[in-house]
Design a protein around this ligand. Structure first.
Ligand SMILES: NC(=O)c1ccc[n+]([C@@H]2O[C@H](COP(=O)([O-])OP(=O)(O)OC[C@H]3O[C@@H](n4cnc5c(N)ncnc54)[C@H](OP(=O)(O)O)[C@@H]3O)[C@@H](O)[C@H]2O)c1
Length: 212
């Protein structure tokens, strides 16, 4: 497949692209600094800035089968990047008829009742931005979305084993998140699903296969 990755120089994105290349997909790596994208003959770097308008973005994200949204502003630009940037990419997916849309999100993005937990207080604005984007994806588009809600990211070595949904624990290795994102496109039962994940004890493919 031909796959567009939005935010291609991010930590998750770089690991995701490696996994997708291993699956023999062709990647269009959308980044603000395309010259920094790791060179590979199956990866085409392109410049993209989520501040651009929909018309501009629709000329960049085109002729692909799948979009991954793995960009984020580290809370520095939540409205324009994490919230409205994501929404503009969804609109581009609609305009350019790219129905498969995979969003990397956070564990409680669609559960505002959990944001008042003191441990999550510092993430309030971030959660609101992710809520805006995820809620739009689920309720205002007809895209074949999958939202992967990861708990906190760590730079530990991937175990290739995860827990999903009710079993989700506190942390994720970036490698496990990237591998799970890459595997999602091989499991059609992940379409129109919001999946919470963390490191765990079940092989990634088996965990995704168990989704009903
Ligand atoms: N950190 C956590 O614990 C956690 C937990 C769950 C989910 N998440 C989600 O996972 C996402 C990815 O995490 P990560 O660690 O891979 O993030 P990261 O390393 O900060 O990567 C984010 C990427 O987004 C790009 N970006 C930022 N603003 C942009 C814009 N206006 N236009 C285009 N690209 C833009 C950045 O580009 P530059 O390289 O040019 O700066 C960067 O490459 C986060 O954004 C967050 O939503 C994070």
């Amino acid at each position: 497949m031909k796959i567009f990755v939005v935010g291609a120089n991010g930590r998750v994105a770089q690991a995701l692209i490696k996994n997708l290349v291993q699956q023999h997909h062709q990647i269009v790596a959308g980044a603000r600094s395309p010259e920094k994208v790791t060179k590979n003959h199956n990866v085409i770097p392109v410049k993209i800035d989520l501040h651009d308008d929909i018309e501009t973005l629709s000329k960049i994200i085109i002729n692909v089968d799948v979009i991954y949204f793995v960009a984020g502003s580290r809370s520095k630009d939540l409205l324009q990047t994490d919230a409205f940037g994501a929404l503009k990419v969804m609109e581009v997916a609609r305009i350019n008829q790219i129905p498969r849309f995979i969003m990397l999100s956070s564990a409680f993005s669609l559960e505002p009742q959990k944001w008042h937990n003191p441990a999550m207080a510092s993430l309030l604005d971030y959660n609101i931005a992710k809520f805006f984007a995820d809620n739009y994806l689920v309720n205002q588009t007809s895209l074949n979305y999958t939202i992967l809600q990861a708990t906190a990211l760590t730079e530990t070595t991937g175990t290739h084993k995860i827990s999903i949904n009710e079993e989700a624990q506190a942390k994720n290795s970036i490698q496990n998140v990237a591998e799970t994102l890459a595997e999602i496109i091989n499991h059609d039962q992940t379409i129109k699903q919001v999946i919470k994940m963390s490191d765990g004890n079940t092989a990634i493919s088996e965990a995704l296969e168990s989704i009903k």
